[in-house]
Design a protein around this ligand. Structure first.
Ligand SMILES: Cc1cc2nc3c(=O)[nH]c(=O)nc-3n(C[C@H](O)[C@H](O)[C@H](O)COP(=O)(O)OP(=O)(O)OC[C@H]3O[C@@H](n4cnc5c(N)ncnc54)[C@H](O)[C@@H]3O)c2cc1C
Length: 475
């Protein structure tokens, strides 16, 4: 037996000791899942395990990608290690043998764990795959949710396309664990998409043929962590030059996430008032996050690397010799442009939510932000309930919206760093699981109440038979 097999056995034993996998308490409904989780990345997998621990087991996870390619780690994430400190816990639910550290140490030893600086990206993906296997999670890959059809009668029809074609799945609860862009979309500035053929540019979230860019002049627009991930990756694969353009005069140096991790902000963000939440996140968006030092230094160590600070783009046009970019500091021509321009959060942008979207409350419907803090992007964030559930815009919308949970980056303003950041997952997952399980229970409250009041199963079945000759006293 190899070392990982032995560790897998240990985890299974721990699960048995903890009584995980007991029969469900939820009343079955023919042909209806209790919960469908859309997205089989780390959030979706962990949400599934959390529900199984809660004895909600009639569930299904779907993901549009083939197994092993869910989320960014094996596809478009181009950094060598995760950006997060290695000792943050994430999706283990407090079970030591299920942590990344235990998985790593079982294979490479404790000394090796102490020796690594951060978690290697490819190993994080391997760990997620093992997590899914060891927990035996019900994941259907290559299956995409196209549309949620709300019924207003306690279930939602999910129109999906999978390997065997289009079909309809019905679920009482739907968890959208759809990732960092799952509450909107990656942002491509119109200045670029209107001016250039698609062969000239790609967003960092796309698959890019870096082999085909060997010797080429590349521009990267934006100065977030992904900009430098892509710069070092492209230069490492032989790009001729990479010019990174940032609008700010300096790269941000302070990472507000590190403060949130150290303080009580991550676990207790939800206890803040709406005004306080808005203030925190308005500042969070203004500050932005710096790139990691290692990625920046790796990129900067190549002779072909150039950084243009305080240099926004005024316009872009296609010319016979490449894409010409005009900035306040002059014109430049490139063979290819990579956009590190972040994402937009807005449920309007999600095709699967087209029927629900007009009924979903946004922050702008519930809270008027003061002048200095007001931010249109924040106003478009959904105004979520305590368990990540969408809330209705108007009272009449409640039955249609009921039962859909946004466990993705769009929860940022309502519930802080939660879904879509490892930092927040240990606190967010129990909150989501409680929210879903509570709804399942409360939806059937009348049945549970009457079943309880009429409950008559006898637990005490012993009888006392007096020994011969004993004196029996009766009162
Ligand atoms: C490049 C990059 C680097 C990051 N690095 C870090 C880091 O170091 N530390 C950290 O804490 N966070 C990091 N993050 C943020 C966050 O941890 C990741 O985005 C992480 O992948 C989020 O996990 P998730 O499960 O919520 O979403 P994902 O991993 O994105 O998984 C969501 C899945 O849902 C699928 N999906 C979406 N819509 C549908 C649909 N309609 N039907 C079926 N499937 C669908 C997606 O294809 C995807 O497979 C990073 C993010 C990016 C983009």
């Amino acid at each position: 037996m190899n070392k990982l097999d032995a560790h897998t056995r240990l985890v299974r034993k721990d699960l048995e000791i903890l009584g995980i996998g007991q029969p469900t308490w939820v009343s079955p409904r023919d042909g209806i899942f209790d919960v469908v989780i859309v997205g089989g990345g780390q959030s979706g997998l962990a949400a599934a395990f959390g529900l199984i621990r809660e004895r909600v087991s009639n569930i299904l996870v779907i993901d549009e990608n083939p197994a092993g390619q869910e989320g960014p780690w094996g596809t478009y994430a181009r950094m060598i290690t995760l950006r997060t400190p290695k000792d943050l816990l994430s999706i283990d639910f407090g079970i030591p043998s299920l942590t990344f550290r235990a998985w790593w140490s079982a294979q490479h030893g404790e000394d090796s764990w102490h020796a690594i600086g951060k978690i290697p990206r490819a190993d994080w993906m391997r760990y997620l795959h093992w997590y899914r296997e060891v927990l035996d999670l019900p994941v259907e890959n290559c299956t995409r949710l196209e549309r949620i059809e709300p019924t207003g009668k306690g279930v939602h029809h999910l129109h999906v396309i999978g390997p065997s074609g289009a079909r309809r799945i019905t679920a009482r609860k739907v968890v959208l664990a759809t990732g960092i862009q799952g509450g909107g979309e990656w942002h491509t500035p119109k200045m670029v998409s209107d001016a250039l053929p698609k062969s000239r540019y790609a967003h960092t979230s796309e698959v890019i043929d870096f082999e085909g860019l060997q010797g080429k002049r590349i521009a990267i627009l934006g100065g977030g962590a992904s900009a430098f991930d892509n710069a070092q990756h492209a230069l490492g694969l032989g790009a001729g030059s990479v010019d990174v353009f940032i609008r700010r005069p300096e790269i941000p140096k302070v990472n507000p996430i590190r403060f949130m991790e150290k303080s009580g902000f991550v676990p207790r963000f939800s206890t803040l008032s709406d005004a306080e939440k808005y203030k925190v996140m308005s500042s969070f968006l203004r500050r932005n996050q710096p790139p990691t030092n290692d990625t920046f230094q790796r990129a900067a160590s190549y002779p072909g690397f150039r950084l243009h600070k305080g240099t926004g783009w005024d316009s872009v046009r296609e010319t016979p010799i490449g894409a010409e970019v005009t900035t306040p500091r002059g014109k430049f021509t490139f063979d290819f442009i990579i956009l590190s321009t972040g994402l937009l959060t807005d449920v309007c942008l999600r095709p699967e939510l087209a029927e629900l979207e007009p009924r979903i409350a946004r922050w702008g419907d519930r809270f008027a932000a003061p002048g200095d803090d007001q931010n249109d992007l924040l106003d478009r964030h959904p105004y979520l309930g305590a368990g990540f559930e969408f809330t209705p815009r108007a009272p009449d919308d409640a039955p249609m919206v009921h039962g859909v949970f946004a466990f993705n980056y769009s929860a940022l303003l309502s519930l802080g760093l939660s879904a879509s950041a490892l930092t927040g997952l240990p606190y967010a997952l129990p909150r989501l699981v409680r929210g879903v399980a509570d709804q399942l229970f409360l939806d059937d409250k009348a049945d549970w109440m009457s079943a309880y009041l009429s409950y008559s199963e006898q637990e005490f079945v012993s009888e006392w038979l007096p020994q011969p000759g004993a004196t029996v006293e009766t009162t």
